[in-house]
Write a protein that binds this ligand. Structure first.
Ligand SMILES: NC(=O)c1ccc[n+]([C@@H]2O[C@H](COP(=O)([O-])OP(=O)(O)OC[C@H]3O[C@@H](n4cnc5c(N)ncnc54)[C@H](O)[C@@H]3O)[C@@H](O)[C@H]2O)c1
Length: 145
């Protein structure tokens, strides 16, 4: 299946490892320029590895719960790669525990990353990239939860 992403800009959060990295690599193979966002600095090494293999990526060590930082990141993506065509929200936090061990602080951490951070990234893509609004309505916004 071809996704026809040649020269499109795709952004993947949580792309330092596992599911997010796999989606980023798929976008690369489809010819996209890929913005990699993760709080884990390992995302920089992954970007170097992918660029060495001939792909076009740029990594951003960004905490998605920091709204101003997210907006700045999307501005940098536009400046360096171009307008965002697709966004895969993969960054997430799973806090598996016994129900009796749940605390307000632990719930807040889960919500901050999985809900607030996801919304900030969508806002970043919408605010900075006029084209994304049109494209997003055509199913180019992916949520992994
Ligand atoms: N792996 C599974 O079987 C599975 C199943 C169901 C749902 N999920 C969900 O899918 C998502 C991805 O799964 P995974 O297995 O790749 O998870 P993972 O924990 O391996 O990777 C998540 C990535 O998100 C990044 N991240 C966390 N908080 C962040 C923040 N504040 N800012 C920026 N980046 C942040 C982490 O550094 C990490 O690289 C998660 O939300 C997970 O809960 C995974």
């Amino acid at each position: 299946m071809s996704l026809a992403l040649t020269d499109r800009v795709c952004v993947v959060t949580g792309s330092a490892k596992r599911i997010g990295l796999g989606i980023a690599e798929m976008y690369c193979r489809e010819g996209a320029a890929v913005g990699l966002i993760d709080i884990d600095p390992q995302v920089m090494e992954q970007s170097v590895r992918l660029n060495t293999a001939g792909y076009n990526t740029k990594a951003f060590v960004t905490n998605i719960t920091n709204q101003p930082a997210v907006f700045e990141c999307f501005q940098e993506i536009e400046n360096s790669l171009g307008p965002v065509y697709a966004l895969a929200n993969v960054a997430g936090y799973l806090d598996q525990q016994k129900v009796e061990d749940v605390t307000p602080e632990r719930i807040d951490k889960v919500m901050q990353i999985n809900v607030n951070g996801t919304v900030y990234c969508i806002q970043g893509a919408f605010e900075k990239h006029a084209h994304f609004k049109k494209w997003a309505y055509n199913q180019l916004l992916i949520q992994i939860r």
